[in-house]
Design a protein around this ligand. Structure first.
Ligand code: B12
Length: 428
């Protein structure tokens, strides 16, 4: 009986474990290899290449980059404070967006700093103003859209929350409404990422109790977010797609709603993620920065009270294996644009392993094809094709013909021989 009791106790314990979202015992060499891919990006210190998300991801991971890390934060501070606090509006293009300012505030918190003083106060006011403007754009009857996105709206609330800065109930109310009624989020191209970000903001508000009047609505909305994300799990185990899975897991890890379904779904997602890691799906630094925290069982909500003294393994630069100099094999890729008149179709030959961006460059050199990009935290974002700029509620979508949207941007996607890629102007 004693033995049976102990067995039941053990099984009960295991059952309880399986009810929370845990990604433990991931091979540390796999994690280190991911971290190593961030190191070269930490040497890029120009304003367009600085990326606060990289800093946040690293600080919430089990890894550290030594002196590089402090230097990177210093560069972030110089660049963000200079452009945000200067009164010079002439260069407004270069000013960080609402989401970038929010990520910068998360980076400060990841270093255990609270925004303070006159300068810090101005940053907080700016972020609050951004959110108020977005609230106005959504409108009283919720018929409008934020100029940026609900993703950035959630990120803004989250950043203020981890600094224990309160936003007005009406600001939080717009995000609650979007989750409650969903018509806006249904049109979203990446609903899981947006829901996860909204959920991370709600989790922070729930834990910090900054908007007590909305406590019940926040709790109900969190349950809904969790349910929606679990429903979005694919047969392989990803939530939404492979690249939404890190943020989705961050939200699920922060969850205070243990269920067997949650535990099982996370185990399945872990297996799917590990398989994607083996296939080298995570090359983009922004994606790696969203993934590293969950491999250390952390989420952005942990920035409420980060553990800055926690031991982390020092990253060593990867040792390069010298590439053999062979005549590169050529592949043929067809580039199509039907959203303009006359439509465009052209076959380009590029060395095997070239990115879609290489294909676009080659097409521009050798045909009437033209394109324009803008730097973003995810890499170069395609803004115009054949002189046609995407409008405020449009974007140039990348597809593998006939109709499969690509899961990577122009710098990361590597087409195969014989593939046709379409650039299509669509609404967002
Ligand atoms: C909102 C969003 C969009 C919006 C952006 C417009 C807007 N006004 O917000 C729309 C719907 C237009 C969009 C388009 C695309 N997106 Co998108 N997007 C996002 C999302 C949900 C949030 C981005 C954000 O605001 N970040 C915060 C701010 C502070 O950072 P930022 O760099 O300043 O933000 C800008 C860039 O992120 C840029 N952007 C948005 N998506 C992408 C994708 C790539 C590859 C690049 C280079 C830039 C870029 O638009 C943002 C606003 O200006 C992320 C989710 C995530 N997990 O990160 C996916 C995400 C970044 N997008 C993704 C993808 C694949 C795309 C597309 C390539 C899809 C396609 N097949 O066409 C296109 C980009 C094509 C192009 N023209 O280059 C993937 C990238 C995965 C990866 N391997 O890197 C993500 C992670 C979604 C996912 N789970 O698959 N996206």
């Amino acid at each position: 009986m004693g033995c049976l009791g102990a067995l039941l106790f053990l099984l009960g314990g295991l059952g309880a474990l399986a009810q929370t979202c845990e990604i433990t015992e991931v091979d540390s060499t796999l994690v280190e290899r991911l971290g190593q891919r961030l190191l070269p990006w930490m040497d890029r210190l120009s304003p367009e290449q600085l990326n606060p998300s990289i800093y946040v991801g690293l600080r919430l991971s089990s890894l550290q980059a030594g002196a590089k890390e402090a230097h990177y934060l210093h560069s972030l501070k110089l660049s963000y404070q200079q452009s945000l606090l200067s009164n010079d509006n002439s260069d407004s293009e270069a000013k960080p967006s609402m989401g970038q300012l929010a990520l910068y505030l998360l980076a400060l918190r990841a270093n255990c700093e609270f925004v303070g003083g006159r300068k810090g106060g101005r940053l907080v006011s700016q972020l609050k103003r951004f959110l108020e403007d977005e609230k106005g754009a959504i409108g009283h009857n919720h018929q409008g859209h934020p100029h940026t996105s609900y993703y950035q709206y959630g990120l803004g609330i989250l950043a203020l929350c981890v600094h224990q800065k309160r936003v007005h109930d009406s600001v939080v109310g717009k995000l609650l409404y979007a989750v409650e009624y969903e018509q806006h989020l249904q049109q979203d191209h990446f609903p899981v990422d947006t829901l996860a970000m909204a959920g991370l903001a709600f989790s922070c508000l729930e834990l910090s109790n900054l908007n007590p009047n909305q406590r019940n609505r926040i709790t109900v909305a969190l349950g809904r977010v969790q349910e929606k994300i679990l429903k979005a799990q694919t047969p392989e185990g990803h939530f939404g797609n492979v690249y939404s899975t890190p943020l989705a897991l961050q939200l699920l890890m922060a969850s205070l709603r243990p269920t067997v379904e949650l535990g099982t779904a996370c185990l399945k997602a872990k297996a799917a993620l590990l398989a994607s890691l083996q296939h080298k799906a995570f090359q983009n630094p922004l994606m790696i920065s969203q993934l590293l925290p969950i491999l250390n069982q952390k989420s952005y909500v942990d920035l409420i009270s980060p553990h800055c003294q926690a031991p982390r393994v020092l990253l060593e630069p990867a040792t390069e294996t010298p590439s053999q100099t062979q005549v590169p094999e050529l592949i043929h890729v067809t580039l199509k644009v039907s959203s303009i008149f006359p439509s465009y179709r052209h076959s380009v030959s590029v060395p095997v392993g070239s990115s879609l961006e290489d294909v676009l460059k080659k097409a521009q050199e050798h045909s009437r094809f033209r394109y324009g990009t803008q730097a973003s935290l995810s890499g170069p974002y395609l803004t115009s094709v054949m002189g046609k700029k995407a409008g405020e509620r449009e974007f140039w979508q990348l597809l593998r013909a006939p109709d499969t949207p690509l899961l990577q941007g122009i710098a990361d996607y590597r087409p195969r021989d014989g593939e046709a890629v379409e650039l299509r102007l669509v609404g967002r």
